[in-house]
Design a protein around this ligand. Structure first.
Ligand SMILES: NC(=O)c1ccc[n+]([C@@H]2O[C@H](COP(=O)([O-])OP(=O)(O)OC[C@H]3O[C@@H](n4cnc5c(N)ncnc54)[C@H](O)[C@@H]3O)[C@@H](O)[C@H]2O)c1
Length: 470
C-alpha cells in the first residue's frame, strides 16, 4: 500500500483536504464553512506532528466520481494517492450495479441514485460522498446497515444565501424589480415615494444558524439594526440582539427573513396571525424552505397593503427541472403571486454560486479523505459521529481500529475482551439507530497481532465492517 504524503503547511481554505488532525476539530454549530474551516493545519507545527494513517491492506483505494464533480476534488483525491475514475454523467442503476463492485468510494451529485440494489452490489464500498446539499438520492438506512457512512455539504453555500438576502433587502426597499421591469417594457417611472435606504432599519432574522448569523454581520455593515429569534440561546455577533419571542421579533422589524430548517414545528410558522403582527409597511423574505410560510396568507397581507413587499426563493412545490412551468398546477396560488407588485420570485437560487460549488467540492472531498484515512465520521448524515485525536508521528506500532457494528447489547464487552491484552490508548464509540461505530487506538502492536485482531474482531457477532489503519 502506497504511503499518503501530507504537505507541511497549507491554508485551511485553499483546499487543505490533504491535511488532517482530529484533535483540532471543533463542532460548534456556528463554525460556518464546514469541516475545511474546523481544523488549523498551521497549529500542527506548534503541537506535535500527526502520523499519516492508511489502511492495513494491499488493496489500492479506488474512487468513482460521477456527474462532473469539480476538478479540484479529483486533484485532491489523486494527491492522496487514490486511484480516481471521473465521469461527467450520472450512471443508471444497472450501470452502477454492474461496475460499482470495484470501487471503495463514490462521489455523486443529485442525479445518481444509490439504491438498495446498488449498495448490495457494492462489495468493497466504504463511503459515499454527495457533492451537494441533499442526500435523498441515497438509501441512507441501507447504506448505514452496510457500514457505509454518507457525507454531504450542507453549509457550503451559507454565504451565497446571506448575500442574496442583502440584495433582496435593498431591492425590496427600492422597489427595484418593478422599476427595472417597467424600463424593460419601455416605461419611465421615476419614483421616490415609499422607497427607503436600509441604513437604520431593523432586520429580524428567524433562525440564527449558519446563514442567519452570516447575514447578521453583513446587515450590520450596511448600518442595519439586527434582531434575531432562535429556539436556542446563541451568542449574538456584532451588536445583534436575540429576542425572547417570535412576536417580539415580528413587531419590531422592518424586514423579516427566515433561516430555519423545515421541521414539523416550522411548517407555516409565518401564517396569517404572524403576518398581522408584522409592522405595517414591512417586508418578508423567505430563502429557507417553501412550507415555513403560508403563502396564501402572505398574498392576502400583500394585497391589503399590510406588507410592502416580499421576496421568495423557495416554494411548497418546486418544478423538477429548468424550463418547467411555475404555474397554478404546481402551486394553486402561483399566478396570483406572480401578479403582485414588489414581490421578487427566484427559482431556489439562494445557494447557487460558483463559490458554493467549489466549497462543496472541497468540503466533501475532505470528509471522504478523513474517513478513508483516519476513520472520522464527523459530519456524516447516516452514521454516529465519531472521531479520535491523531496518532502522533513518534507513536510507532500503533494501529487504529474502526469497528462498524450492529447496535446490540454485549458488543463492547466482547470487543474489549479481544483488545484487553493490549494498551488501548484511546477509544470512543457511539450509536445511531441500528448501527454503532467504535474507534480505538492500540499501542505496541505487531503485524501478527494485527492479523489475530482482525480475525477475532471480524468474527464478532455484531461485526458489520472493520478497518485497520496504521
Ligand atoms: N435558498 C437556498 O438555496 C438555500 C440554501 C441553503 C440553505 N437553505 C435553507 O436555509 C435554512 C437555514 O439554513 P442554515 O444553514 O442556516 O441552517 P442551520 O441549521 O445552520 O440554522 C438553522 C437555525 O434555525 C434554528 N431553528 C430551528 N427551529 C427553529 C424554530 N422553530 N424557531 C426559530 N429558530 C429555529 C436552529 O436553532 C438554527 O440555529 C435551511 O432550511 C436550509 O434548507 C436554503
Amino acid at each position: 500500500m502506497q504511503g499518503i504524503p501530507i504537505p507541511k503547511t497549507k491554508s485551511a481554505r485553499s483546499g487543505s483536504s490533504d491535511y488532517y488532525h482530529p484533535g483540532a476539530v471543533s463542532v460548534s454549530p456556528l463554525s460556518s464553512g464546514g469541516l475545511s474551516s474546523r481544523f488549523r493545519p498551521e497549529l500542527l507545527d506548534l503541537v506535535r506532528q500527526a502520523k499519516v494513517l492508511h489502511p492495513v491492506s494491499t488493496d489500492e483505494l479506488k474512487l468513482l466520481l460521477l456527474e462532473d464533480i469539480s476538478q479540484g476534488a479529483v486533484e485532491a483525491f489523486s494527491k492522496q494517492g487514490f486511484q480516481v475514475d471521473h465521469f461527467s454523467k450520472a450512471w443508471s442503476e444497472d450501470e452502477l450495479v454492474e461496475k460499482i463492485g470495484q470501487y471503495h468510494a463514490i462521489g455523486i451529485r443529485s442525479k445518481t441514485k444509490i439504491t438498495e440494489r446498488v449498495i448490495k452490489a457494492a462489495s468493497k464500498l466504504l463511503v459515499i460522498g454527495c457533492f451537494c446539499i441533499g442526500t435523498n438520492q441515497v438509501d441512507l438506512e441501507t447504506a448505514a446497515k452496510a457500514g457505509i457512512p454518507v457525507f454531504n455539504s450542507p453549509f457550503s453555500n451559507s454565504r451565497s444565501v446571506a448575500e442574496l438576502v442583502v440584495c433582496e433587502i435593498i431591492a425590496l426597499s427600492r422597489q427595484l424589480f418593478d422599476r427595472a421591469h417597467e424600463m424593460k417594457n419601455g416605461v419611465w417611472n421615476k419614483v421616490s415615494k415609499n422607497c427607503w435606504e436600509i441604513r437604520g432599519k431593523t432586520l429580524g432574522i428567524i433562525g440564527y444558524g449558519h446563514i442567519g448569523s452570516q447575514l447578521s454581520v453583513l446587515a450590520e455593515s450596511f448600518g442595519m439594526r439586527v434582531l434575531f429569534y432562535d429556539v436556542i440561546n446563541l451568542m449574538p455577533l456584532g451588536s445583534a440582539r436575540q429576542v425572547e419571542t417570535l412576536d417580539d421579533l415580528l413587531s419590531s422589524s422592518d424586514f423579516v427573513t427566515l433561516h430555519v430548517p423545515e421541521l414539523p414545528e416550522t411548517m407555516n410558522m409565518i401564517s396569517r396571525a404572524q403576518l398581522a403582527r408584522m409592522r405595517k409597511g414591512s417586508y418578508l423574505i423567505n430563502n429557507a424552505r417553501g412550507r415555513v410560510v403560508d403563502v396564501p396568507s402572505l398574498i392576502e397581507a400583500l394585497q391589503n397593503g399590510h406588507l410592502a413587499g416580499a421576496a421568495l426563493d423557495v416554494y411548497p412545490a418546486e418544478p423538477g427541472g429548468n424550463g418547467q412551468p411555475f404555474d397554478d398546477q404546481l402551486n394553486a396560488f402561483a399566478s396570483t403571486l406572480r401578479s403582485l407588485s414588489n414581490v421578487i420570485l427566484t427559482p431556489h437560487i439562494g445557494g447557487s454560486t460558483e463559490e458554493a460549488q467549489r466549497m462543496i467540492g472541497e468540503e466533501v472531498s475532505i470528509a471522504l479523505t478523513r474517513y478513508l484515512n483516519a476513520g472520522s465520521t464527523l459530519g456524516s448524515v447516516n452514521f454516529p459521529e465519531v472521531d479520535l485525536r491523531a496518532i502522533l508521528a513518534e507513536q510507532r506500532n500503533y494501529i487504529r481500529i474502526c469497528y462498524v457494528h450492529k447496535n446490540q447489547p454485549g458488543v463492547l464487552l466482547e470487543v474489549n475482551s479481544i483488545l484487553s491484552p493490549f494498551n488501548v490508548e484511546k477509544q470512543y464509540s457511539d450509536s445511531k439507530g441500528d448501527i454503532a461505530y467504535l474507534m480505538a487506538d492500540i499501542a505496541d502492536v505487531t503485524r501478527e497481532d494485527i492479523e489475530t485482531l482482525r480475525e477475532r474482531i471480524n468474527n464478532t457477532r455484531a461485526n458489520v465492517l472493520t478497518r485497520f489503519l496504521a
